[in-house]
Design a protein around this ligand. Structure first.
Ligand code: MV4
Length: 452
């Protein structure tokens, strides 16, 4: 066997993604270092890694977000690379720079890439320059209410206010009139300031009934960049994705090719390296518009893995090590279907987390059924972190087959002692709208009252 790409990788994360990365490393002959907070002492990532270092108390700010602790852990264990997973430090340009300064490879894109895409208006300017379609809106942050009103007038209501340093569903607000804009601007802006340390806001035309479709890209450090097709993430609740699938039921080969081309134009413009996701909104007429780019491995990456047959975490590690992509665009053929359900420890009716001890745990199985999870019988789901306890992923020849397989797998999945959203997923999968794929981002808001 050839020498491993890295000697030792430190995984700066917890939960299922930490396990996902540890498994990939071990398969590649790379030693692993887990880091953990005192609350995570009994976590599987600690047991599965070759070494483990405690990096602080339960609160993420003091442990999984503690750059000094994590770099010290890498230093004392002699790690030559760090995988950040998703969330936590994964899109922190400062952290990526500090890794480099410590001669540790950050398994992700360059710090410059993270910065360029982290500033959402800068990303819009780069996209526009590259000829990627955008919704009408400002290309930089507005200076205050008056400029917001002026711009909104030009764009036409409804508009959406977004935090320039935001991303995902935080710091966004839909506005239907000047009155509404005047009465909400300061509040939304200061919320953004509190959440992101930057109150800057920009304005976009609000697309009323869109679908959320994102392109997975894979890029090396030698200018090779390919699209691995799309994921449909339209099924969200309070901007939390719940269920994702690939391919998107609204896509055809032509739309996939033009959206992929747009995503790759953006990547070329910034000399993007490593895995990334370019998010688009798709309107009723199937026009698509760039929203933002995520410069990390995403929670929903498995559905792309299932339909492409590629291990994205391994590809990520290969790219970070400077290897050339081993696949060509023409070799990517998407002919099957995959769906992922995020399994959360939550009370779906009250939309509240449900931490506590799992008193029974049984996983589904069979052909085309994958579970990426980190919990076990008697595991205590902690209140400090994300409520996702695992992901159930199915793979089948067609969308209808995948839905049937997911329903069966959800029926087999047993989690006792805490509340989960398993029953909620079953309802979604049996709904007419979902089965016909005739829904938009408001699906769950409209569906929920009927569920309760
Ligand atoms: C939008 C939009 C419509 N028009 N932007 C939500 C998460 C973040 N990535 C951006 N999001 C959206 N941005 C424009 N110009 C719709 C969403 C959106 C959404 C909005 C309201 C309620 C649910 C939603 C679910 C997904 C996306």
């Amino acid at each position: 066997m050839s020498a491993p790409l890295f000697r030792k990788v430190l995984i700066a994360n917890r939960g299922e993604i930490a396990l996902r990365v540890i498994r990939a490393c071990r398969e590649m002959g790379i030693s692993t270092v887990a880091v953990y907070s005192t609350a995570d002492e009994h976590s599987l990532h600690v047991k599965l890694a070759d070494e483990a270092v405690c990096i602080g108390p339960p609160r993420a700010k003091l442990s999984y977000l503690n750059i000094a602790s994590i770099l010290s852990a890498a230093d004392i264990t002699g790690a030559d690379a760090i995988h950040p997973g998703y969330g936590f430090l994964s899109e922190n340009a400062e952290f990526a720079k500090l890794c480099q300064a410590c001669k540790i490879t950050f398994i992700g894109p360059s710090a410059a890439n993270i910065e360029e895409m982290g500033d959402k208006t800068r990303a819009r300017r780069i996209a526009r320059e590259a000829g990627v379609p955008l919704l009408p809106g400002t290309l930089s942050a507005v200076s205050g209410i008056e400029e917001a009103v002026e711009e909104a007038e030009k764009i036409g209501y409804p508009i959406i206010l977004k935090a320039a340093a935001g991303g995902g569903g935080k710091g966004i607000h839909v506005v239907y009139s000047e009155d509404q804009l005047r009465s909400s601007f300061e509040r939304v802006s200061s919320e953004a300031g509190a959440a992101f340390g930057n109150p800057a806001m920009y304005v976009e035309k609000y697309c009323e009934h869109p679908r959320h479709v994102e392109i997975q890209v894979l890029c090396d450090k030698h200018g090779n960049r390919i699209s691995l097709g799309e994921r449909d993430c339209t099924i969200q609740r309070r901007h939390q994705k719940m269920l994702e699938e690939s391919p998107s039921p609204i896509m055809d080969q032509k739309l996939r090719e033009s959206m992929s081309k747009a995503a790759l134009k953006l990547c070329h413009a910034v000399k993007y390296e490593n895995v990334g996701t370019v998010e688009f909104l798709v309107d009723e007429k199937k026009n698509f518009y760039f929203m933002e780019m995520n410069t990390r491995i995403q929670v929903e990456h498995p559905v792309t893995e299932m339909v492409t047959g590629l291990d994205l975490v391994k590809e990520q590690i290969r790219a970070a090590a400077g290897k050339t992509l081993k696949i060509k665009q023409s070799e990517i053929k998407i002919i099957s279907h995959s769906i992922e359900c995020r399994i959360n420890a939550e009370d779906s009716e009250r939309l509240a987390p449900s931490p506590g001890t799992i008193t029974a745990y049984h996983l589904p199985g069979g052909m085309g059924v994958r579970v990426d999870s980190f919990v076990y019988d008697q595991y205590k789901v902690l209140p400090y972190y994300d409520s996702m306890i695992g992901k159930l992923i199915v793979h089948a020849p067609t969308r209808a087959d995948a839905i049937a397989k997911m329903r069966q797998a959800l029926d087999e999945f047993v989690v006792e002692g805490i509340k989960t959203n398993i029953a909620f997923h079953k309802k979604i999968l049996s709904s007419k709208k979902f089965r016909e794929a005739s829904y938009d981002t408001h699906f769950l808001e409209e569906f929920l009252p009927k569920y309760e």
